[in-house]
Design a protein around this ligand. Structure first.
Ligand SMILES: *Cc1c(COP(=O)(O)O)cnc(C)c1O
Length: 360
């Protein structure tokens, strides 16, 4: 029996995709082997890789002037690769700090850049909002401006894309890529670890504007040199073939769902229903400012934290799993990525209401 899995990442994958993987696992394309057991340089795998890229380009309407890279090392690897590719050691780089992941990104950047300028820090508000853009203290000469559109742990999302005219905008879309339509042309670089909304872990997708290639420092690991990887079709070395293949199946599934406009509407409905249940309860609480609430990660606390363990145990019993909040914040968190069907959110809401009736 499948449960409704609210894990933040690695996260639930679409059942249809898992069933296809299962059906073709041992004998893929009648070759008598699994896709994991063939060369990444074989014709068959190159076709898988190219089709995945082309489907992702369709879904996000990625302009031809952008390269799409399928890299390893996760989003955390990009925390280092970005300054190494886009900034010199004596460059100034701008970062917005809206929580746990942006903090990690800027901390890593400090190893590679003399000047990491934090343009705004949401600490004063307990990281429950996005600081007003008109108050950001941007440096005049930044190599790029980095931000985290969706803070996976705090459940804080930017209500819109920041303005950044000449300075390339760099965004960590790990937990919100493909959650709805996105204007890629606003960005210099978008990156996303796969294990939330793309596929299994082991893969990090980087979408980078061509004019930003070729600036890597000589010490940059060649597997993270964007120009090199673009030239090699992301195959300077062996890529994570199985993750890439599965990401491709997820892209096809998204297309069958109606693409990102349809997914965006469905995700908004799911999130609105869950926030309405939380706000309407008096028993559950979400601390994030309403205009900055994530539609992918919904943290909430119980009025009586002594009931946390009972809540989690009863939820698990009801087939609703992985609802515990991140170890750094406690409480609960429901991650409701693309693969979480509306019925899963409806089941969670019913469960929460029933739990409140019994314990409220
Ligand atoms: C999960 C996550 C990361 C870390 O991803 P790894 O692939 O584990 O390095 C970074 N940023 C955000 C926003 C995330 O959600």
């Amino acid at each position: 029996m499948r449960v409704f899995n609210f894990a933040a990442g690695p996260a639930a994958l679409p059942l249809e995709v898992l069933e296809q993987v299962g059906a073709e696992l041992t004998d893929w394309q009648s070759g008598g082997m699994s896709v994991m057991e063939i060369s990444h340089r074989s014709k068959a795998f190159i076709a898988v890789a190219e089709e995945a890229e082309s489907d992702l380009r369709d879904l996000l309407a990625i302009p031809a002037s952008y390269k799409v890279l399928f890299l390893q090392g996760g989003a955390s690897g990009q925390f280092a690769a970005i300054p190494l590719n886009l900034a010199a050691a004596d460059s100034t780089v701008d970062y917005v700090n809206t929580g746990n992941w942006s903090k990690k990104a800027l901390t890593e950047a400090k190893r590679y850049c003399a000047q990491v300028n934090v343009v705004a820090d949401a600490a004063a508000d307990g990281y429950n909002s996005v600081p007003d853009e008109s108050l950001w203290k941007r440096s005049g000469n930044a190599a790029y401006l980095h931000y985290t559109p969706n803070e996976t742990i705090g459940g804080v999302a930017f209500p819109h894309i920041p303005q950044s005219d000449a300075v390339p905008l760099v965004a960590d879309y790990s937990s919100s890529i493909l959650s709805g339509p996105l204007d890629v042309s606003r960005f210099g670089l978008i990156y996303a670890g796969a294990q939330k909304n793309i596929g299994p872990s082991g893969l990090c997708v980087v979408i980078v504007r061509e004019d930003l290639l070729g600036k890597a420092r000589t010490i940059t690991p060649s597997i993270w040199d964007y120009r090199q990887m673009a030239a090699d079709g992301s195959m300077s070395n062996t890529p994570p073939t199985f993750s890439w293949y599965m990401a491709g199946l997820v892209f096809k599934w998204l297309k069958r769902q109606g693409g990102l406009a349809a997914m965006g509407a469905r995700n908004l409905d799911k999130a609105e229903a869950l926030y309405a249940a939380i706000d309407g309860s008096g028993f559950y609480r979400n601390p994030v400012r309403p205009n900055c609430r994530s539609i992918m990660n919904v943290p909430f606390t119980l009025l009586k934290p002594e009931l946390d363990k009972a809540f989690l145990a009863a939820a698990k019993e009801a087939g609703l799993t992985n609802l515990e909040g991140h170890r750094s914040v406690g409480g609960m968190r429901a991650s409701i990525y693309n693969a979480m069907p509306p019925e899963g959110v409806a089941a969670l809401i019913s469960f929460m209401q029933e739990f409140e009736r019994r314990h409220g």
